[in-house]
Design a protein around this ligand. Structure first.
Ligand SMILES: C[S@@+](CC[C@H](N)C(=O)[O-])C[C@H]1O[C@@H](n2cnc3c(N)ncnc32)[C@H](O)[C@@H]1O
Length: 326
């Protein structure tokens, strides 16, 4: 119970190491806390105490007295490395997520998210007003999408797809993987204006001539013309009413017989340990959304004019839910 109660101390310690760029500062080799003080502007005694804790958890190692180096776990906090979760660590411990989580009991009491109460605006409006943290959030989504992208193109055949839209696609990590898997396909990244405004050239330049950047609001409409829609961690952001509205807008935009792929965590029917149950509370407290069981996806898809065809598990926390436009 003490570990459960104090778990957020560890989240914040990892978040602080990520935010301060400690892994990047150790990339070239071991450093003392005094040296870190000079290179990244931290107080030597305080960074020693932070690194001592994280060393005890296996993130770093202490080679000699007060000289710290990266362990494989710490390497995931490097900014430029395959499998990096640095931006995710920063995002989950920064105000946009952290402040609503401080009011979880109020969310449970009311069933409502706590963004407006703690940030003064709904989460995506708040990000639009806070570009620095929005940048970390979008990059954090990229961290998770990078984990999912290789698996998506491994388990799903995109050979016959002509035009793909990544709805709420952020910086298009998934779209980039799909376009690379099918050299004949083209695509659209569709997201809010503040996200599209910073999306230029973030996915592989090799596919830049095959995708468009389009900004808009998926609660109003989704650009038409694609034969396949990908929505990764979009439906989970919203309650039934909002999720159904955006799925109906996909239905209106999609060619008859077109395909909808939802990339989501699925709450296990037997409640075995999974990231989905905790992500579900994250959705409740920051946005009023939810993670869903397979049956819940089947039912929300049917109510929006789609037939769930199959659910494909991947070697990532995400499943691919394939649905056809009825
Ligand atoms: C949880 S993130 C997922 C991003 C991306 N699909 C991924 O997994 O990397 C949700 C995305 O939906 C976008 N979004 C939120 N509200 C939107 C709206 N009304 N219209 C279009 N995009 C929206 C956000 O800007 C954000 O990029």
């Amino acid at each position: 119970m003490m570990q459960l109660i104090t778990g957020y101390w560890l989240s914040q310690a990892v978040g602080a190491a990520a935010h301060l760029g400690i892994a990047d500062a150790l990339a070239a080799g071991p450093r003392t806390s005094e040296e870190l003080g000079q290179t990244i502007g931290v107080q030597p005694q305080a960074v020693f105490r932070l690194l001592r804790l994280l060393t005890s958890l296996g993130v770093f190692r202490q080679d000699e007295h007060d000289s710290f180096a990266l362990n494989p776990l710490g390497e995931t906090l490097l900014s430029e490395t395959p499998g990096s979760v640095r931006d995710f660590a920063i995002t989950e411990t920064a105000p946009g997520h952290w402040l609503p989580w401080g009011r979880l009991s109020d969310s449970v009491r009311t069933g409502k998210p706590m963004a407006r109460e703690t940030l003064g605006a709904e989460l995506f409006d708040w990000y639009a007003q806070n570009p620095e943290e929005a940048g970390f959030f979008t990059a954090a989504m990229g961290n998770l999408s990078a984990l999912a992208a290789g698996e998506l193109v491994r388990v799903y055949d995109f050979t016959n797809v002509e035009k793909v839209i990544d709805v709420g696609g952020a910086h298009g990590i998934l779209l980039g993987a799909v376009l690379k898997a099918n050299p004949n396909a083209s695509g659209i990244i569709f997201d809010l204006p503040h996200v599209i405004g910073t999306a230029e050239n973030v996915i592989d330049p090799a596919v830049r001539d095959r995708y468009e950047l389009v900004s808009g609001d998926f609660f109003e409409s989704v650009p038409p013309g694609a034969d396949l829609h990908i929505l990764k961690q979009i439906v989970h952001d919203w309650d039934e009413e909002r999720a159904s509205l955006l799925l109906r807008n996909c239905h209106d935009a999609l060619r008859p017989g077109g395909t909808l792929l939802l990339i989501e965590m699925i709450v296990p029917g037997d409640n075995r340990p999974d990231l989905a149950q905790a992500m579900d509370l994250n959705m409740l407290v920051i946005l009023g959304g939810r993670e869903r069981t397979e049956e819940e996806y089947r039912s929300i898809l049917a109510a929006s004019g789609f037939r769930l065809e199959r659910v494909i598990a991947t070697h990532s926390p995400f499943s691919v839910i394939e649905a056809l436009r009825v």
